[in-house]
Design a protein around this ligand. Structure first.
Ligand code: GLY
Length: 345
């Protein structure tokens, strides 16, 4: 098939393939057959006409994309569907939807019978370039996003670019936020490529990082480029800014902070703004976002490695002479200085 790519995520005996291209959802029966499953549960947030037949006896369960449906209730409901259908350890679960669906279905597959194979069919750009790849699964608690989860690598991922044809503009922007950050962590200049190539390049980059640090204990942190301010902006705007939009502004900020710290020259700082803007992504901090609140939200973003100023400063993934890396011990006044220099509006 023209324009179809296969990217391997090399993880020893848990290696798998991500297939990217137009119509690749129809390859599902082949990938299901490779697992040896006799039956399947297909969990779908898309209309039935867009949900492919897995080629073995199956149950289709409807799901909803979105953070409110990514909790313990959804997890329990899925596992009970699996049990009532008599799904066994050698069978397979298929997820079809955005990143919240692939996350919760991945976790249900990881837990049910202590682990059944799962195949993801991510249907949003964000899920295709980031969320479905790399084995992170999870659900939210009222206390925070993704607080309960595990690593459970899929058996295969099918990124069908036909799903993207019906995406609203803002969903495209959401995905571009994660593609733009690739420019600064190892895959520059993707903007002019056709979308299937941008997806393949983003997945290739992520696969190579995950292969070296599956459990996020070091190098995988670079995938969080732009995310520290990004997460703070999502919370400060009550999630009015979508994840990819917030990460885009966070990426501009990462350039500015690297400049303040002398890690980048003026051209390097400007490149951040230019690349983010070239995707049509937002670059400015919303005018009503209070800088003190953003600083305290970044201080609390422990998951990304940030720490309190009193115990040694902030941590950010930043560009520098040897590429992007986690930089610790950044004084609060430098963070505030970079924030003050950000475009607002
Ligand atoms: N989305 C970041 C990661 O998978 O590590």
């Amino acid at each position: 098939m023209t324009g179809t790519h296969e990217v391997k995520v090399p993880l020893g005996d848990r290696s798998y393939v991500t297939r990217i291209g137009k119509g690749v959802r129809h390859d599902l029966p082949r990938f299901v057959a490779e697992t040896g499953a006799r039956k399947a549960v297909v969990v779908t947030a898309r209309p039935r006409a867009w949900t492919p037949d897995p080629g073995v006896p199956h149950l289709v369960v409807d799901a909803h994309d979105g953070e409110p449906d990514k909790g313990f209730a959804a997890l329990e409901s899925l596992c009970r569907h699996f049990a009532r259908f008599g799904l066994n350890r050698g069978d397979v679960v298929v997820s079809c939807g955005g990143g919240t669906t692939t996350d919760v279905v991945g976790l249900a597959a990881a837990l049910y019978h202590r682990g059944v194979p799962v195949i993801h069919l991510p249907t949003t750009l964000l899920a295709q370039v980031d969320a479905s790849v790399g084995g992170k699964t999870g659900v939210n608690l009222p206390e925070g996003k993704n607080l309960v989860g595990t690593y459970w690598q899929p058996s295969a991922i099918l990124c069908d670019t036909e799903y993207l044809e019906t995406l609203p503009e803002r969903e495209w922007i959401n995905g571009y936020g994660e593609i733009a950050r690739c420019h600064f962590i190892g895959r520059p200049d993707l903007q002019s490529l056709p979308i299937h190539k941008q997806i393949a390049a983003s997945v290739e980059l992520k696969a190579s990082i995950v292969a070296q640090d599956e459990r996020d204990s070091g190098m995988r942190h670079v995938l969080n480029y732009g995310h520290t301010l990004g997460h703070a902006l999502e919370i400060a705007t009550d999630f009015e800014l979508r994840h990819g939009e917030a990460v885009a502004i966070g990426t501009v900020f990462a350039g500015r902070l690297a400049g303040v710290l002398g890690r980048l020259d003026e051209a390097g700082v400007a490149e951040h703004l230019d690349v983010v803007a070239s995707y049509g992504l937002p670059t400015k901090i919303p005018g009503n976002a209070d800088p003190d609140r953003l600083v305290s939200l970044m201080r609390a973003d422990k998951k990304r490695g940030s720490s309190t100023e009193s115990d040694g400063g902030f941590a950010f993934v930043l560009s520098g002479p040897s590429g992007a890396e986690l930089v610790t011990g950044i004084p609060g006044h430098k963070v505030r200085e970079a924030l003050a220099g950000m475009p607002r509006g």
